[in-house]
Design a binder for this molecule. Sequence first.
Ligand SMILES: Nc1nc2c(c(=O)[nH]1)N[C@H]1C(S)=C(S)[C@@H](COP(=O)(O)OP(=O)(O)OC[C@H]3O[C@@H](n4cnc5c(=O)[nH]c(N)nc54)[C@H](O)[C@@H]3O)O[C@H]1N2
Ligand SMILES: Nc1nc2c(c(=O)[nH]1)N[C@H]1C(S)=C(S)[C@@H](COP(=O)(O)OP(=O)(O)OC[C@H]3O[C@@H](n4cnc5c(=O)[nH]c(N)nc54)[C@H](O)[C@@H]3O)O[C@H]1N2
Ligand code: SF4
Ligand SMILES: [Mo]
Length: 761
Amino acid sequence: MVFTPLEAYLQWFAPWFNNKAATMSEIIHHRICPLCEACCGLEIKTQSGKVTSIRGHTADVLSQGYICPKAVALKDLHEDPDRLRTPLIKRNGKHVPVSWNEAFAEIEQRLPPILQQHGRDAVGVAVGNPSAHKIGLLTYFGKLARALGSKNVFSASTLDQMPKQLASGMMFGHWLSVALPDISRTDLLLVIGANPLASNGSMWTVPDFKGKAKSLQARGGKLVVIDPRRTETAAMADAHYFIRPGGDVYLLAAMVHTLFAEGWVRLGAVAQWVNGIEDVKQAVEPFTPEVVAMRCGLDAESIKNLVHMLVTTERAAVYARIGTCTQEYGTLASWLVDVLNTLTGHLDQPGGVLFAKSAAFASNTMGKPGVGKGIAVGRHHARVSGAPEVYGELPMTCLAEEIETPGEGQIRSLITVATNPVLSSPDGPRLSAALETLDFMVSLDIYLNETTRHADVILPGLSPLEDMHYDVAFPQLSWRNHARFSPPVLMPAEDQPQEWQTLLRIAAIAQGKGTGVDINQLDDALFAQDMERLLGAHAPAVISATKELRGPERVLEVALRTGPYGDFFGLKKGGLTLAEVKAASSSGGVDLGELQPRMPEMLRTPSGKIELAPVLFVNDMQRALQDLQRPTPALVVVGRRDVRSNNSWMHNLPVLAKGPYRCTALVHPLDAARCGLSDGAQARLRNGHRSVVAQVRISDEMMPGVVSLPHGWGHDLPDVQLEVASRRPGANLNALLDAQLRDPLSGNAVLGGVAIEMEAV
Ligand SMILES: Nc1nc2c(c(=O)[nH]1)N[C@H]1C(S)=C(S)[C@@H](COP(=O)(O)OP(=O)(O)OC[C@H]3O[C@@H](n4cnc5c(=O)[nH]c(N)nc54)[C@H](O)[C@@H]3O)O[C@H]1N2
Ligand SMILES: Nc1nc2c(c(=O)[nH]1)N[C@H]1C(S)=C(S)[C@@H](COP(=O)(O)OP(=O)(O)OC[C@H]3O[C@@H](n4cnc5c(=O)[nH]c(N)nc54)[C@H](O)[C@@H]3O)O[C@H]1N2
Ligand code: SF4
Ligand SMILES: [Mo]
């Protein structure tokens, strides 16, 4: 079998080969940072194939030179001796390096028989967060999933933002039609359950949030934060309110209630496109500020004041993120945020919340403007729990039981792609044990870690520096419209396939085509099929116009040229092409301007309206109402992020791992005294039979009754190859959490507000 990644790379590296002297001098590259959603533009210098410096690219149209400390860790990542460079096969319980041919032969020997004997659903697939930052993974994972035809598809989305996507999808017609604060023009930003100073923003690509928030304050605007911890973001805010974890649905319902009760509803420019106002009014009727105060921990007066601020500030926006998603009422909370934005007249308004108009891949720019199919959920259900499919996925927290529970459709084989659910998903220890019982597991990953140690075959992905890139999803979530392309910075090893090629090869094996398939021919065939489906009579012209390209680059070329700014392959003079975006790489990308109002053109709901009161959500308010009087536990745990860490996989990078110990449990002094804990000592956190031990840090930045512990730690499991991380393993928050706790609408895991006990060790 032959791989020809070289062909694809030659165009970028030919000058180096032609002029050997050039490889000795410093070369400047421009690359989108793949490490978080801020997607900062980097300027990377290399010499003789080694990274010599990483800085912010000051000309970058999106990030203007901003970077955080993680960017420079790309060098550590590239050079990490633990990063996998050859496939591994598990033989007699130990992973040994093998050739790519041997690895694929092993998959061919073991995967198809499982499919033949037990059917499609016997093979599950799980994809994780880093895939959002790799165009090859994002555009080709679906091809693998389709080839398998399994309904057992899982992703980190159900540990994260599925509630926000479901709410946006129901209201505006597509899963990625997320309303974004117009931070450069707003005068009031209310941030709920997010800490962009540490996370650099999420479902909102906003590099240098801090700088932008400071500008907001400098022009007389206000930043207000609602969080059970006085976070870094809260500390710079003009006001901060503690909230009881999980109380957001009540706070938001009471805020919407207040709008109606005080006669403050105003729809502004979107009035003619809003459906369902009366239904919303009824749904929030029981939730007065007085009634919810206990449950959400904000007094009635504060709740009313917040609403008053929103109503009396011409340009105001509400933004909520993971704290509001990863709870039992995540979908309701996400929905009510946009209800609030709409009913205060701030939806689709400059200085309020707006929708991006992405140059490529955005469903809300495709097809007929202003109307669409909308979204559907529950087209199939999880076998064991009955949880509905959402966005084609089942909840990640169902994975363990789908492996454990015998019967028709049981998962016997799993393919993981850039995911580490043993640390990132609730009840990781149970999942870990379940993975060990699989008949066959394959991981496409860059580390031998807590999850991939269970795999029979590990196929290494490329270092991001060896890969070309264009952000597929994040321009749809960006504070400013833009198009940026990153050529690869360094050459991969000669026999190293690109990740899209690896995904296609597994797909081919699963379809019984064997390992001998010519991947490029297969890609051509799949591309032609896609074009015929999408473009009909125009397909042959487009196939011919793009015949020089292959893989994700070809997909990108079509997406850009048929996108809202595209040249439609010459039909629209002056329109955007991939060549143009590539050419702009060194000058910081193509700036497509500030976000603009897009109503009603961006809607893709069947009614052509903003659906303010989807039945699914209105009905679920009854569940919240019945739960209103639930007593407050003495102590609950929530998560936390640190700017020098990222979920579970960057703890092996020396530049980030050094410095103060970060996996600490933050405890309020009153709770510490009550539980007999002292600062710096070890404490056991317990949730029923589950427990972990963590170092205590006593701090009044916590709301009394709430403990904060970061997730993604716990690198003390056997058989991993994470030398740096295992020196300071930390405690696994997810070993404490119960996989059965979910938001029933979105299937999203509950990752916070869970009752625990604490005692000194
Ligand atoms: N308690 C709690 N749990 C949480 C959260 C929380 O707030 N609290 N947050 C949740 C959120 S928001 C998310 S997104 C999830 C993340 O959960 P996951 O999506 O599982 O992501 P990670 O745990 O970071 O694991 C990433 C995996 O990808 C691999 N990887 C890294 N780069 C590449 C690459 O370029 N190619 C390939 N093939 N593999 C690569 C890494 O080695 C690692 O195995 O965690 C969730 N878990
Ligand atoms: N440095 C760094 N950056 C990251 C990541 C990382 O791990 N490290 N992960 C990336 C990923 S995958 C994601 S999804 C984003 C997430 O980005 P953010 O949403 O900004 O995530 P966090 O920083 O965890 O902030 C969540 C906040 O919610 C609060 N909170 C907890 N429970 C509740 C609650 O019930 N109600 C309210 N109102 N607040 C609550 C927590 O105290 C915390 O301050 O960050 C991304 N960026
Ligand atoms: S904030 Fe840091 S990690 Fe995130 S994209 Fe920018 S430089 Fe990379
Ligand atoms: Mo995430």
